[in-house]
Design a protein around this ligand. Sequence first.
Ligand SMILES: [Zn+2]
Length: 271
Amino acid sequence: MEKIQQAARIIASSSDVLVFSGAGVSAESGIPTFRGEGGLWERYPANIYANLPGLAGVFLLSKDRIASFFSDALRPLVEAKPNPAHEALARLEEAGKISAIVTQNIDDLHLAAGSREVLEVHGSAYRVRCSRCGSREGRSRKDINDVLDKLDVPTVSRRQMISALNEFAGKCLCGGRYRPDVVFFGESLPMDTIEEAADRASRCDCLISVGTSVLVYPAATVPAIASSCGARVIDINPTETTLSSTADVFVKMEAGKAMPAIADEVLRMTN
Ligand SMILES: [Zn+2]
């Protein structure tokens, strides 16, 4: 396909390729999207469920709703495996053809696929962060499954739920409480990560935007910075995005189909 060829030629002839990935890439691994039709926010309104005070309020009104929200949001996440798009991106990094991935996704599927330079601008479901000193700690799939199993019991009391959540989060050595290291609505992005992403965007000579509608700011400024600094832009998405009309190439395909084909072409051209 002509668009695949064009995208591959741009990547093969660039020296610093940055990837910007979004929910579409995760969706192909079975992770439900938050926005859009059929998204989690349709069943769980974002103005309530996407922030910590809102969640605390729901917890007081209906503990069952909290248990079902956590279950619907997190079970598919911990069960998901990397798909051909994640694997193709890891192959390109391994071959030295892409320098980093800036992802809006909070699953760790890029890392699970073997990518190493991954900037998680919306945080990660697999980390907690101290609300006092900011230090971070990892949590495994098993840790998340264990807490979901404890919440998913119809007879569970609020006290038992709080104790399970506290046990999962844990306490920092400084005495502060850990909270999820994900960016909720109304919160600012992790400054260190977004600064590095912006810096890389200003230096790259090619930006691949994949599986994202490029709507959620401020993360979506990453492709805008790259483009305004002269990088060529490749947009890969099954539907048009805010980048499609100005991108150098718009590959109107799902990431899991486009990325492996592009990776094969790039590696064929450069080997
Ligand atoms: Zn601390």
